[in-house]
Write a protein that binds this ligand. Structure first.
Ligand SMILES: Nc1ncnc2c1ncn2[C@@H]1O[C@H](COP(=O)(O)OP(=O)(O)O)[C@@H](O)[C@H]1O
Ligand SMILES: [Mg+2]
Length: 334
């Protein structure tokens, strides 16, 4: 899908000429270059456990003063399963997720109750037994990296900011920010669709909207690699979309550099109606589709940061955010 998406970008730029050279020309960062020049070079493997396990991320974020969705309970061992019903029975809404999951797999978003039934965010209903089975599957490693036994998290449902109401169908939109050596370099909003079952992961059919780092305004949107102007379910145009509290959100992303000590990072942030931006997760191997969502390659921006002098690299978080907002504004064509 990614390959097709890049082709689409090139078609737009070059009238259909597709070759590795043209990919290079428009500054698209490929998988090998990302892995070798950025992930391997700037991410210390010893730090991976902080981001590869969402329970660890929660604890690290708490320590660093970074707000996160509330953890209601963690079921760390199969024996702890006997308490699942006791914990979720009093809850009206909640999210169950595998600590070591990725790509939206194994995330169960319960948005309400109907008698004994639990209502998924898409409207379909499941029973307590289905939830117990799901918890069982998570523990046995069905959704975890490498199929290893996993821990189960019960998290509060994010009450997302109503500005996104018309841009998201049956789910919570999240904002991905790529942070390189502490500098935010690119951002996108991911909106769930009917196809993506309440989750904002692009390969599950969510919409990717490129967001101008300088302003928080949308600048480009795609679904399944194709450019679109309106949300496929709500039909609302993306050109009016502006993320509120943009500075605070970008600042939160940039501060994940100090929290994780990882040089190349993808931060996933949700906007809660009452609490503002919350860190959902951080990723040491963030995907490349953000370039498609923005219609812009990452390479030049990353090079630009790589060439900064030592003095700039030691700037504090506010200085780094101000720098990125200035240098990577969409109207600069960088
Ligand atoms: N607490 C939550 N409240 C509401 N939606 C959530 C919550 N946690 C996750 N989601 C939905 O599921 C998606 C994936 O969650 P995330 O924690 O990023 O896991 P993954 O590593 O699988 O991407 C999010 O983009 C969001 O749409
Ligand atoms: Mg995610």
């Amino acid at each position: 899908m990614l390959h097709f998406s890049f082709k689409h970008m090139i078609n737009k730029v070059r009238g259909g000429v597709v070759s590795p050279l043209t990919l290079n020309d428009i500054g698209v960062l490929g998988m090998n270059a990302r892995n070798i020049n950025y992930i391997a070079r700037y991410n210390d493997r010893k730090k991976y456990p902080i981001v590869d396990d969402k329970l660890n991320t929660k604890h690290a974020a708490k320590k660093a003063g970074i707000p996160v969705p509330e953890l209601i309970e963690a079921f760390e061992t199969p024996a702890s399963r006997k308490r699942v019903m006791e914990v979720i029975d009093p809850l009206w809404q909640f999210v169950i997720k595998p600590a070591r999951g990725s790509g939206g797999k194994g995330i169960l978003v319960i948005a309400g109750r109907n008698g004994d039934k639990y209502k998924k965010i898409s409207g379909s209903e499941i029973e307590a037994l289905d939830i117990l089975r799901h918890v069982n599957n998570i523990h046995s490693g069905l959704y975890s990296l490498g199929g290893k036994p996993d821990r189960v998290m019960v998290e509060s449902l994010v009450d997302f900011d109503p500005v996104f109401q018309s841009y998201s169908f049956e789910g919570v939109p999240d904002i991905r920010v790529i942070v390189f050596r502490g500098f935010p370099v690119m951002a996108m909003l991911r909106c769930s669709t009917h196809d993506s079952d309440g989750k904002a992961n692009l390969h599950q059919g969510a919409v990717g909207v490129g967001i101008d780092l300088a302003t928080g305004n949308s600048c480009h949107a795609v679904q399944r690699g194709l450019r679109i102007n309106r949300h496929p379910d709500t039909e609302v145009h993306f050109d009016q979309l502006k993320v509120p509290g943009w500075y605070d959100l970008v600042r939160l992303a940039a501060s994940c550099y100090e929290m994780t000590d990882l040089g190349y990072l993808g931060c996933d942030i949700v906007l809660d109606r009452a609490r503002g931006p919350l860190l959902l997760e951080a990723n040491a191997r963030p995907g490349l589709a953000i370039q498609v969502a923005n219609g812009v390659g990452l390479r030049r921006r990353l090079k630009f940061i790589e060439e900064l002098d030592e003095d700039m690299l030691n700037k504090n978080v506010d200085e780094r955010v101000a720098f990125s907002m200035r240098e990577f504004a969409a109207d600069k064509g960088f």
